[in-house]
Design a protein around this ligand. Structure first.
Ligand SMILES: [Zn+2]
Ligand SMILES: [Zn+2]
Length: 356
């Protein structure tokens, strides 16, 4: 499975959204030097979430920084080239060594700077799900510096007491090896890209049906864990109630898509049905979120996932085009989608981006 190539495609298609908006082409001039991190703005200043857990936004996925008794645990390391910036931010809150790097999944915007950080801390444990490792090593030219030295299959626990960290795998979804990280002492869950920017997730590896199961399985596994804080893989810090709403939304999206498919209606009617539930308003917002590295509005993302669900119901190949906003073509099994529903955001939409 060519996950790196696939993700590069996804990234290329969507990074151009922001990069093009920020950097008008200069005719005849040499292209500007490529900044670290594939053209995205670099990491922001470290922000506290609790007394000992912090978040670094930007330059790829959120990096979670957990300051423990004997060291610092990092979850996700952004795009390549941000290792020094990440460590500079960590140094603002702790001088302790990095003892472990946990990766939520195999995508380059979450593992990219692991190589630099482990060069500084050669004893650090580098941990991810076994399928995430397989996805990375399947690429012939993969970077050995991001390959984990420990993997797990179902559950894993690190440390004890206040330092306890729990890793959960609940099935394929965003990738084949998604990890959810729980810090019990902080009552905190870190979601990776299964929940990013509080919108329907980008779901190539598992699919619309599987990701709904993956999220419901996670809710069931954590129901009595008393979690209050849910940190999204990109974007903001949410709540347990926000996460449960998100789980309901993904299940409702799948059910609405199936009902529309069975009726012979166009995919857009499934999203229209979701829009009738006021509880889902934020998850279907038609504005771009401020700071979004790549991607589209929550509303467009919901349309993309309904399109993928239709292709899955019909047994048609789910190409990465659909996940990136290509319209669903009509076939003898179903109607097609309206290209406007998944069109890239316009410069006006990018200029009018909203904070939440
Ligand atoms: Zn990501
Ligand atoms: Zn991802």
């Amino acid at each position: 499975m060519k996950f790196a190539a696939i993700f590069a495609l996804a990234l290329a298609a969507s990074v151009s959204v922001t990069a093009a908006a920020q950097e008008p082409a200069r005719e005849g001039a040499a292209p500007p030097p490529r900044p670290a991190g594939g053209g995205m703005p670099g990491p922001s200043a470290i922000e506290p979430i609790t007394d000992n857990v912090y978040k670094i936004f930007g330059g790829g996925g959120n990096t979670l920084v957990v300051v423990q008794q004997d060291g610092v645990v990092l979850v996700d390391t952004k795009m390549p080239g941000h290792g020094e910036a990440i460590l500079n931010e960590v140094r603002k809150v702790s001088d302790k060594p990095v003892t472990a790097i946990i990766s939520t999944h195999s995508h380059p915007d979450h593992i990219g700077s692991t190589d630099f950080i482990r060069e500084q801390y050669p004893d650090a444990r580098v941990i991810m799900h076994e399928t995430a490792k397989a996805e990375i090593t399947a690429a012939p030219n993969h970077n050995p510096g991001v390959v984990p030295n420990e993997t797990y299959t179902d559950r894993m626990t690190l440390g004890e007491g206040a330092d306890r960290i729990e890793l959960y795998y609940t099935g394929p979804g965003h990738t084949g090896g998604d990890t959810f990280v729980v810090i019990p002492a902080a009552k905190l869950l870190f979601m990776g890209d299964v929940m990013a920017w509080n919108m329907a997730p980008f779901l190539p590896a598992g699919g619309a049906a599987k990701i709904a199961d993956e999220i419901d399985n996670l809710v069931a596994a954590l129901e009595d864990k008393d979690i209050e804080i849910v940190v999204e893989g990109h974007g903001h810090v949410n709540t347990w109630d926000g996460f449960v709403r998100f789980a309901k939304f993904n299940r409702a999206l799948l059910n609405a898509a199936k009902a529309a498919y069975d009726r012979g209606d166009a995919p857009g009617t499934a999203v229209a049905e979701l829009q009738r539930n006021p509880e889902f308003a934020e998850l279907l917002d038609n504005r771009i979120k401020k700071g979004l590295e790549y991607g589209n509005t929550p509303l467009a993302r919901a349309h993309m996932n309904v399109n993928i669900a239709f292709a899955e119901f019909a047994g048609e190949p789910v190409g990465f085009g659909l996940a990136n906003g290509a319209p669903l073509p009509a076939t003898d099994k179903h109607k097609g989608s309206d290209p406007k529903d998944t069109a890239p955001p316009t410069p006006e939409m990018l200029a009018a981006a909203v904070a939440k």
